[in-house]
Write a protein that binds this ligand. Structure first.
Ligand SMILES: [Zn+2]
Length: 216
């Protein structure tokens, strides 16, 4: 079965795990990973699961900047562990998952889009678990312009930097659908909220958001 193509490895240090654990961390790395306190997990209209530090932060950095695509599977599974991947905050089924897009120039340079890879794997795991999954909305949302990396900016500047940066390219897929924006990391939530606004304006029935990690 293709879901078990990769042997289970620790996301923190890469050791082979003897068992396929729900959270793919070995006994040494597991205590170094903090779950977000409930107040932050539901903050800013964005659901996040883990803090952006420790072994999972290193795994996301390795995926993004070192092209460690083998990590997308186990990281995607962590997203599938959260019920909000398939249900909106009102408990209604999500119909379309839209990854936060990279600008095409950055995507070309990197060779892949990490949010899209995470979304693809998360939905595969969801499908294996529930027997169904929302559709993956590839190229539904695009970056209309390149933006400065958010890490260089303070919170108000982050909001301005991404204001109007996202355009819904395929509104017919969004209209009257319950849509989930999916991203790897959020800090102030500015990028995620800009995506949510664009989808909302395109006529989505509901727009919620899920990110794997939140910087605190
Ligand atoms: Zn480890």
């Amino acid at each position: 079965m293709w879901l078990s193509l990769f042997p289970p490895i620790c996301l923190g240090c890469g050791v082979l795990l003897r068992h396929d654990l729900p959270l793919a961390l070995c006994s040494r790395c597991r205590p170094r990973q903090a779950r977000l306190p409930p107040s932050l997990a539901e903050d800013l209209r964005i659901r996040a699961v883990w803090t952006y530090e420790g072994p999972l932060a290193r795994a996301v950095v390795a995926l993004k900047f070192n092209g460690a695509l083998a990590l997308a599977g186990p990281l995607g599974r962590l997203l599938a562990d959260d019920p909000r991947l398939v249900e909106d905050p009102e408990g209604q089924p999500i119909e379309l998952v839209v990854p936060t897009p990279l600008h095409w120039r950055r995507r070309l340079a990197r060779g892949f889009d990490q949010s899209e890879e995470l979304a693809r794997w998360a939905l595969r795991h969801a499908n294996a678990r529930h027997g169904w999954a929302p559709a993956l909305g590839r190229r539904v949302l695009t970056r209309a312009r390149a933006t400065r990396p958010q890490t260089e900016l303070d919170a108000p500047a982050r909001e301005r930097n991404v204001e109007g940066a996202f355009v819904v390219k395929r509104p017919e897929l969004v209209r009257d659908r319950r849509v989930l924006v999916l991203d790897d990391v959020t800090t102030t939530g500015a990028t995620t909220r800009a995506c949510m606004r664009a989808l909302d304006e395109a006529g989505a029935a509901s727009v919620s958001a899920l990110t794997l990690l939140r910087a605190v």
